[in-house]
Design a protein around this ligand. Structure first.
Ligand SMILES: NC(=O)c1ccc[n+]([C@@H]2O[C@H](COP(=O)([O-])OP(=O)(O)OC[C@H]3O[C@@H](n4cnc5c(N)ncnc54)[C@H](O)[C@@H]3O)[C@@H](O)[C@H]2O)c1
Length: 309
């Protein structure tokens, strides 16, 4: 049986699959669509990260395909309905990169609330902006609002509470009566309540019709003027132009964005040059450790799915 891997996968996991299956691994295959389509002609399984668009056109080039392994969690680069219609099993690496994302959120919250870490260039140049930087805040005693209380939202909440933060959450698919809230010492509230109360708002929702532009100008305006917004979920959940306006006009304390409407972020983005803004290239879930976990999980699940098919 043949497996095509079109984006980066940890080497030991690739080697493990290659010892049992006919594996074609090329981390740059995603950048050569005609060759990818040709390679899929006789593939039983395809393994992707988030750049390969597994849409109807790609699926039509893969008549034998039965399994798609996703080296990550979000499925927005996959046409899951088209896969279901073809009886193709889609396997995400649920949970395997959650720790990396949760740690990223805590680090970003600390950097933003403290504010002192943007001073490297000034200090190295002999300036001493001590007075200007003395208004930083501690995590302990602050409130983090988790929008989306699934795997990553809950893990982030656990780390935040361990540091003395209070956690509140909003998740319309999880009723206030669900024991999950009490189990995690988190108060369920409406989105507006959360936005009014939180010192740090962290997004952990999938990108779908109901969450597109969830953080629009109107909702950003509800946040406290010194609150921080952290988005590790998906670009498209935050209105980037509205966020840029809020930061420039001092209506928001700061933000950290790991995901964007368009990736790579276009150079002319309204976010360029905004104050108190941390930008990272969709890396929150990616560490050496999580790469190993994600790759070995997908390798074993894809192998099991092929064996049972
Ligand atoms: N930046 C990265 O590197 C990275 C890594 C991993 C995951 N992610 C993203 O993080 C997000 C969360 O992942 P997860 O594993 O926690 O997913 P999950 O499925 O465990 O949890 C998502 C939660 O969002 C809730 N939800 C859905 N619609 C909502 C809405 N309108 N308002 C509030 N809550 C809503 C769901 O009920 C669910 O509890 C996903 O979008 C995923 O793509 C990003």
């Amino acid at each position: 049986m043949r497996i095509v891997i079109s984006e980066f996968m940890d080497r030991p996991a690739v080697d493990g699959l290659a010892s049992r299956f006919d594996v074609h691994y090329d981390k740059d295959l995603v950048d050569r669509p005609p060759e990818l389509a040709a390679r899929l002609a006789d593939a039983d399984a395809l393994i992707v990260r988030n750049r390969t668009q597994v849409d109807a056109a790609l699926l039509s080039a893969a008549p034998k395909l039965r399994v798609v392994g996703r080296l990550g969690v979000g499925l927005d680069n996959l046409d899951t309905d088209a896969c279901a219609r073809r009886g193709i099993t889609v396997i995400p690496a649920s949970g395997a990169n959650a720790q990396a994302v949760a740690e990223y959120v805590i680090a970003a919250a600390m950097l933003l609330l403290r504010g002192a870490y943007f001073a490297t260039a000034d200090v190295a140049a002999g300036r001493w902006p001590r007075a200007a930087l003395s208004g930083g805040r501690e995590l302990a005693g602050r409130t983090v609002g988790l929008i989306g209380f699934g795997g990553i939202g809950r893990l982030t909440g656990g780390l935040a509470r361990a540091l003395g933060m209070r956690t509140i959450g909003s998740d319309p698919l999880l009723p206030a009566s669900s024991p999950a809230w009490a189990a995690d010492a988190t108060r369920a509230c409406t989105l507006d309540e959360l936005l009014r109360e939180a010192d740090v708002v962290s997004l952990h929702v999938p990108l779908e019709a109901a969450t597109r532009n969830l953080m629009n100008a109107q909702r950003l305006a509800i946040m406290k003027p010194d609150a921080m917004l952290i988005n590790t979920s998906r670009g498209g959940v935050v209105d980037e132009a509205a966020l840029a306006d809020a930061l420039r006009e001092g209506r928001l304390g700061g933000a950290a964005l790991d995901v964007f409407e368009r990736e790579p972020l276009p150079a002319a983005s309204p976010l360029a040059g905004c104050p108190n803004l941390l930008l990272t290239p969709h890396i929150a879930g990616v560490t050496r450790n999580s790469n190993e976990r994600v790759s070995s999980l997908i390798a074993s699940k894809v192998a099991a799915a092929l064996a049972s098919a």
